[in-house]
Design a protein around this ligand. Structure first.
Ligand SMILES: NC(=O)c1ccc[n+]([C@@H]2O[C@H](COP(=O)([O-])OP(=O)(O)OC[C@H]3O[C@@H](n4cnc5c(N)ncnc54)[C@H](OP(=O)(O)O)[C@@H]3O)[C@@H](O)[C@H]2O)c1
Length: 258
């Protein structure tokens, strides 16, 4: 059965992807840790659409999560035609004072798990000569972000990795795209232990997903969601990187240093 696999679908951007794609008639397989939320989402989609919605409660930080997920899709007879690597979290603060294990867990989820799932599901797509992979990066991936150092670096990885795979795969019928939202109204800031977003919220998850789905039609390698974010990233290209980093640092320093 042709299915879209969405990680981190129990809230925010992942839930919005599941709703929009189900409304367009795609079967979805949603994954996250919060089983109750996944059940509620699948029930909702089952009632409002004619698609098949399935879930798996799984902690993607586990080293064997990728193999478990692939095994589960095979057991259920699912053909993953679209993979959306969306699960992720962040942290904020003076790096030296942040909890090291949490920083390493973030790399594990935002980077290692994304590479793991991409590799496992890309192989069968290449055999079928069709498929789509959306990797959720961030506008934070375009620059260093002081006081969000590890998070921004994970998203720089996702951006670079996805752009390289876009080129490697586009002549094989497969579209890999990095989606770069800016500040979006989700649980992200709460889940990442931040008292408030670094900027005021400017987009809803639904707007981010609409942008992503439009960009798929244009076979883009990367899409930045939101005109303000697009303009900011474009303008930063004309300024030395050190200046961009200093400006970002100045905006957040007062929160973390006496
Ligand atoms: N919100 C923003 O401003 C913003 C901006 C740019 C990029 N992004 C990116 O957008 C993506 C989605 O975030 P969001 O904004 O929608 O935040 P969110 O509402 O906190 O959603 C994060 C999702 O990831 C899942 N997740 C977290 N840890 C997991 C784990 N160990 N295993 C499996 N699933 C896990 C969460 O589910 P469970 O807790 O149930 O596991 C949840 O479904 C992230 O990659 C984030 O970095 C967000």
């Amino acid at each position: 059965m042709n299915t879209t696999l969405i990680t981190g679908a129990s809230s925010g951007i992942g839930t919005a992807f599941a709703r929009k794609l189900a409304a367009r008639g795609r079967n979805v397989f949603v994954v996250a840790r919060s089983e109750d939320r996944l059940i509620a989402l699948c029930n909702e989609l089952g009632r409002s659409t004619s698609i098949r919605a399935q879930y798996l409660a799984l902690d993607l930080q586990q080293l064997d999560a990728g193999s478990q997920l692939l095994e589960e899709t095979n057991k259920r007879g699912l053909e993953i035609e679209m993979l959306i690597n969306n699960a992720g979290f962040g942290s904020m603060g003076d790096f030296v004072k942040l909890d090291l294990n949490r920083e390493l867990d973030m790399i594990q989820l935002n980077v290692r798990s994304l590479v793991d799932l991409t590799h496992r599901f890309l192989g069968p797509m290449r055999e079928r000569k069709r498929g789509t992979i959306i990797n959720v990066a961030s506008t934070a991936g375009f620059q260093a972000v002081p006081y969000m150092a590890t998070y921004a670096a994970t998203k720089a990885f996702v951006l670079s990795f996805s752009e390289a795979l876009w080129e490697e795969n586009r002549l094989h019928g497969i579209h890999v795209m990095a989606l770069c939202p800016g500040v979006t109204e989700t649980n992200f800031f709460q889940a990442s232990g931040m008292d408030r977003p670094p900027l005021r919220s400017i987009e809803t998850p639904e707007e981010v997903v609409e942008t992503a789905l439009r960009a798929l039609g244009r076979r883009k390698s990367t899409v930045i969601s939101g005109w303000t974010n697009l303009f900011t990233v474009a303008a930063e290209r004309f300024v030395p990187r050190s200046v961009v980093t200093k400006v970002a640092g100045k905006a957040l320093r007062s929160r973390f240093e006496e």
